[in-house]
Ligand binder design. Structure first.
Ligand code: ADP
Length: 247
């Protein structure tokens, strides 16, 4: 059995002649935290959009758990256990933290409205939602509307709603972007706590977060894989250093 949970082969995306992702071969080992790093415009976001099927590749294939997911729709990929964490959508801004997670749990189970209204089911979701909020450090904020949470706590709520889907693999898009030092430390501790054998692929600009959290790094520049390895190997690679310094 291969321990590779996600694999791409020759993944390529062109936008009207411009090659944003160029022949990328990526291997993510199950149970690891893997970082996708690189300067702005390197193709990281496009890669994420390809992996979660929000974009169709121009060429190449994507396999998740040995299944070819290249032609699948985002919802199908999510059902297989590959889930991307999004920033809380404005639609749920006025729902409480608890309600946001309950909605995510309900969606994960695909329950109909009547099913959803039964006392027993409500109680079950309520209990599970509280557990998840406790896990991400929002136990004291269950009734706070999402809109009133601090930025760092919103990102923690976003992770709780992703965990509600119980994904085997999570894609985190810059989980610490725009955070204070304190919030960065909190989110790093949170990711460590909630990973529980899950695989995580994250785009992350903060290299000290990557160093502390990630087993493997893939460096992209101009759509191509420039280097891959652990933090020590990658950060000492002269090509990586010059790509980051723009020399
Ligand atoms: P990163 O996330 O590493 O900053 P992106 O994946 O956002 O990089 O972008 C890679 C390149 O592809 C950039 O030059 C960007 O301008 C270009 N690009 C991204 N999306 C589109 C699009 N929809 N149409 C045209 N060009 C795009």
């Amino acid at each position: 059995m291969s321990d590779i949970i996600l694999a791409t082969e020759g993944l390529t995306k062109e936008f009207r002649g411009f090659i944003a992702v160029n022949d990328v071969t990526l291997r993510v080992r199950a149970g690891t935290i893997h970082a996708l790093i690189g300067p702005n415009g390197a193709g990281k976001t496009t890669c994420f959009n390809l992996l979660t099927k929000f974009l169709q590749p121009t060429r190449g294939t994507i396999h998740f758990k040995d299944r070819d997911i290249t032609g699948m729709r985002p919802a199908e990929v999510a059902r297989l256990g590959l889930v991307r964490s999004f920033q809380i959508s404005a639609v749920f801004a006025h729902l409480s933290a608890l309600e946001n997670v309950r909605v995510a749990l309900q969606r994960a189970r695909g329950g109909s409205f009547d099913f959803w209204r039964s006392e027993e089911v409500l109680h079950h979701y309520d209990h599970r939602a509280r557990e998840l909020l406790e896990d991400v450090g929002l136990g004291d904020h269950v009734d706070t509307p999402a809109v009133a949470l601090s930025y760092g706590r919103k990102r923690a709520l976003e992770i709780a709603t992703t965990l509600a889907l119980d994904p085997e693999m999570m894609l985190l898009d810059e989980p610490t972007a725009g955070m204070t030092h304190e919030d960065v430390e909190r989110i790093v501790a949170l990711i460590r706590r909630v990973r529980r054998g899950r695989t995580i692929l994250m785009v992350e600009h903060n290299l000290s977060v990557v160093e502390g959290l990630c087993d493997t790094l893939t460096v992209l520049t101009r759509g191509r894989v420039l280097a891959e390895g652990d933090y020590a190997a990658v950060s000492n690679n002269p090509e990586v250093i010059s790509a980051y310094l723009g020399t």
